[in-house]
Design a protein around this ligand. Structure first.
Ligand SMILES: [Zn+2]
Length: 267
């Protein structure tokens, strides 16, 4: 192997090197035992003793050479072992090269979109459904070298996710703050434990903003899930530090249901 080789040449080259060049396959090689350094004695504490020819006595002998201090083998079997190891190494190297080539090809065409997805993925909240979509796209790209990814479909889905995200950002409006009357849809509810016993919280979705707070006792959903109801209430809203479209409401009063979702079969 001389000079620089191309990736393809590297992929095709075998890394096999004859361990005993010029020797005949039937020749026997005798080597000092690598495990005991030729002493024939096992170096770590052991209770197993046997006649150890290297010391002409019963002692804790080396298992690798059976206490002879030497190992002998045929040149042909050493070559066989070397060939098998070289094949394993070559297989691993070829797989790695194939993956690297496929990834480079993918990135050459879709690197910018991939980078945009990765950036958004790092910024979005863990519970964000668009983050989930982006996560799946990034994972699919990661496995694109396996060959079962429709790259055109991936590209369309990736751009759709980025568009949806941009549209959502566009539609965001600052949450109203102070003591205000609001009307909003219940997106979800969650029981939150506290040292005072816990309370039912809800996430409200208004016109371009969201707010989180305690469900007022006066709100009666008639035993149905709160999700999908449109409610009106007066509350004090404080804006979140990292998102002007997100707020926390407290001390809700005059709460009422504006519209209830249609009754479905699951209700
Ligand atoms: Zn040994």
């Amino acid at each position: 192997m001389t000079g620089q080789m191309t990736a393809e040449e590297l992929e095709l080259t075998s890394s096999y090197v004859d361990p005993y060049p010029g020797r005949k396959g039937r020749e026997r090689i005798v080597e000092t035992c690598g495990s005991c350094g030729g002493t024939g004695v096992y170096s770590a504490p052991s209770k197993i003793t046997f006649y150890t020819s290297a010391v002409h006595d019963v002692t804790t002998g080396c298992f690798s050479c059976a206490g002879t201090g030497a190992r002998s083998f045929l040149v042909s079997s050493a070559r066989q072992t070397a060939r098998r190891r070289a094949q394993e190494a070559d297989r691993t190297r070829r797989t790695a090269a194939r993956i690297a080539r496929a990834r480079a090809a993918f990135m050459a065409s879709h690197g910018a979109v991939h980078e945009a997805l990765a950036e958004k993925h790092a910024l979005l909240r863990h519970t964000d459904p668009i983050r989930g979509r982006i996560g799946l796209l990034l994972q699919a790209a990661e496995e694109s070298h396996a060959g079962d990814l429709d790259v055109d479909e991936w590209r369309v889905a990736a751009e759709a996710a980025l568009d949806d995200l941009a549209n959502r950002e566009e539609a965001k409006r600052p949450v109203p703050t102070g003591r205000v009357e609001i009307e909003a849809d219940v997106l979800s509810t969650k029981w939150v434990e506290s040292k005072y016993g816990g309370s039912l919280k809800m996430l409200l979705s208004g016109a371009g903003w969201k707010a989180w707070g305690t469900v007022p006792r006066s709100l009666d959903f008639n035993g149905r899930p709160a999700r999908g109801h449109r409610v009106a209430l007066t509350a004090t809203i404080e804006v979140s530090v990292d998102d002007e479209a997100f707020g926390f409401f407290s001390r809700p009063t005059r709460a009422r249901i504006v519209t209830a979702p249609p009754v479905s079969e699951e209700d």
